[in-house]
Design a protein around this ligand. Structure first.
Ligand SMILES: Cc1cc2nc3c(=O)[nH]c(=O)nc-3n(C[C@H](O)[C@H](O)[C@H](O)COP(=O)(O)OP(=O)(O)OC[C@H]3O[C@@H](n4cnc5c(N)ncnc54)[C@H](O)[C@@H]3O)c2cc1C
Length: 387
C-alpha cells in the first residue's frame, strides 16, 4: 500500500494554491455574489490543462484519472475557490462522453470543452421526481423518422443557460411501461440554445458563481447523433457518473473545511481577550482538532474511492462514505471556525460565515445524506430497505 503522491500528483494538488495567487477567494466571492461565471479563471484552468483532466489525450485531455481530478478539486477548494461546473461539466459530462461517445461525438465536443471553448451542464433533477430518479417523466419520444421529441422539466440545473450543451437524463419509455425500473432511460447531449428550450433562474441562497435554472423542454427535436450510448440503457451510464460526483463533492467539502480552519487557526493564535491567545482554550481547540481529524479521514476515503474507480473496481461504498463523512466534517469545521471568530466570523471582511452555505449544501445535494446512509445500510451492511 502506497500513500505517497507522485511528483505529478503533488503538482496537481498544489495547483489551486498557485491559481489562487491570481484568482483568489475574493475574486470567487465577488463572482458568487453577482452570480457571474468566473470566465477568466475557468479559461486559465482550461489553458493549464485541468478541464480535460480525465479526458483521453487523443481528444485534447490529460488522460489522467479520478484520483488526479480529486486532488485537483481538493487543491482548489483548500483555497475556497471550487467550481461546481468542474464536477457537473468537466467530470460528469466529459467523462461519460470520453467513454461512451461515438467517434463523431468525441471529436465534436471533447477538444473544444478541454480548451474551455464550450461548457456542459448535467440535468437529472425533476420537480416531481426529486431524489427518486426512477419516477422521472421527462421523455424523448421516438418518432417514425428515427428522431426524438423531448418534453418535460428539469430543476436546479447548475450553469444551465451559460453552458453550451446539457447532458440530459430522460426516459425514452415511461416508468409504467418498463420491466425493470432502471430500463427505458436514455442520455442525450442537448444544445442548450435549441428551439423549444426555456430556462428560468432560481434564486438560490448559496453564494456560488454558477446559477441554477428551471429548464423546460417543449418538443425539442433530437436525432440519433445526440444519444450518448444506447437508447434505453442510459441508467448504466448514469450510474457511472454518480460515484465520481460523490468523490468530488467529498473533495470540495474537505477543501472548504480546511480553508475555514486555516483562517481560524491563524486568528485563534493571534486574538487575545483574557490572558493569552483564544486558541489555547480547549473549548475552541478541541472542536477544531476534531474537525481536522474528520477532514483528514474523509480526505483519505475520497482518495481511496477515486483510486478504486480508476482501477475499475467497485467503489460505491467508499464513494458514498467519503461524500457523507466529508460533508459532515466540513460543516463541523466551518462551525468550529466560526466560533473562534466571535462576532467577526459573521462579517464580510472575515468571510467565514460565507463558507457555511456551500458546506451545508453538500448534506442535501447532489444526494442527500439520508439516501447516502440508506445506500450504506442496505448495500454495504445488508439491512432492509425502508422506502
Ligand atoms: C445549489 C444546487 C445546485 C444543484 N445542481 C444540480 C444540477 O446541476 N443538476 C441537477 O440535476 N440537479 C441539481 N440540483 C438538485 C439536487 O441534486 C437535488 O435538490 C437533490 O438531489 C435533492 O432532491 P430534491 O430537492 O428533489 O429533494 P427531495 O427528493 O424532495 O427530498 C427532500 C428530503 O427528503 C429526504 N428524503 C428523500 N428521500 C428519502 C429517503 N428515501 N429516505 C430518507 N430521507 C429521504 C431527504 O432529507 C431530502 O433532503 C442542485 C440543487 C441545488 C440546491
Amino acid at each position: 500500500m502506497d500513500f505517497e503522491l507522485s511528483q505529478e500528483q503533488t503538482m496537481i494538488y498544489e495547483y489551486g494554491a498557485s491559481l489562487a495567487k491570481t484568482y483568489d477567494r475574493a475574486y470567487w466571492m465577488e463572482h458568487a455574489e453577482r452570480r457571474a461565471f468566473p470566465e477568466a479563471m475557468y479559461k486559465q484552468i482550461a489553458a493549464d490543462g485541468f478541464v480535460g483532466t480525465i479526458v483521453p489525450e487523443a481528444y485534447g485531455g490529460a488522460g489522467l484519472g479520478m484520483l488526479e481530478m480529486n486532488l485537483f478539486m481538493e487543491g482548489l477548494s483548500n483555497q475556497g475557490i471550487p467550481l461546481l461546473s468542474l464536477v457537473i461539466g468537466a467530470t460528469m459530462s466529459l467523462g461519460p462522453i470520453g467513454v461512451h461517445g461515438t467517434e463523431a461525438q468525441k471529436q465534436k465536443y471533447l477538444p473544444a470543452a478541454c480548451k474551455g471553448d464550450i461548457r456542459f451542464c448535467f440535468a437529472i433533477t425533476e420537480p416531481d421526481a426529486g431524489t427518486n430518479t426512477i419516477r422521472a417523466t421527462t421523455i424523448a419520444k421516438p418518432a417514425a423518422n428515427g428522431r426524438f421529441k423531448l418534453n418535460g422539466r428539469k430543476t436546479y440545473i447548475t450553469d444551465g443557460k451559460e453552458s453550451d450543451y446539457a447532458l440530459v437524463v430522460t426516459r425514452t419509455t415511461p416508468h409504467t411501461e418498463v420491466k425493470r425500473k432502471t430500463d427505458g432511460f436514455t442520455l442525450f447531449i442537448v444544445d442548450t440554445k435549441a428551439k423549444g428550450i426555456e430556462m428560468h433562474p432560481i434564486p438560490v441562497s448559496v453564494p456560488v458563481p454558477e446559477v441554477q435554472y428551471q429548464v423546460f423542454f417543449d418538443d425539442v427535436d433530437l436525432g440519433p447523433e445526440d444519444v450518448l450510448g444506447e437508447v434505453g440503457k442510459g441508467f448504466d451510464i448514469l450510474f457511472e457518473c454518480l460515484n465520481p460526483e460523490r468523490i468530488l463533492v467529498g473533495a470540495i467539502s474537505c477543501g472548504l473545511g480546511r480553508f475555514a480552519m486555516d483562517k481560524a487557526v491563524a486568528y485563534a493564535n493571534e486574538r487575545v481577550v483574557f490572558n493569552g491567545p483564544i486558541g489555547a482554550y480547549q473549548a475552541l481547540q478541541h472542536p477544531l482538532a476534531k474537525a481536522k481529524t474528520e477532514i483528514e479521514l474523509s480526505s483519505l476515503m475520497t482518495r481511496k474511492a477515486a483510486w478504486l474507480f480508476d482501477q475499475g473496481l467497485p467503489c460505491g461504498a467508499e464513494s458514498n462514505m467519503a461524500k457523507y463523512a466529508a460533508a459532515e466534517a466540513s460543516i463541523h469545521a466551518v462551525d468550529a471556525s466560526l466560533q473562534c471568530f466571535g462576532g467577526n466570523g459573521f462579517t464580510k471582511e472575515y468571510g467565514i460565515f460565507d463558507i457555511y452555505p456551500l458546506a451545508r449544501l453538500f448534506r442535501t445535494a447532489p444526494l442527500n445524506s439520508e439516501m447516502v446512509l440508506n445506500y450504506i445500510g442496505e448495500h454495504v451492511m445488508g439491512l432492509p430497505r425502508s422506502y
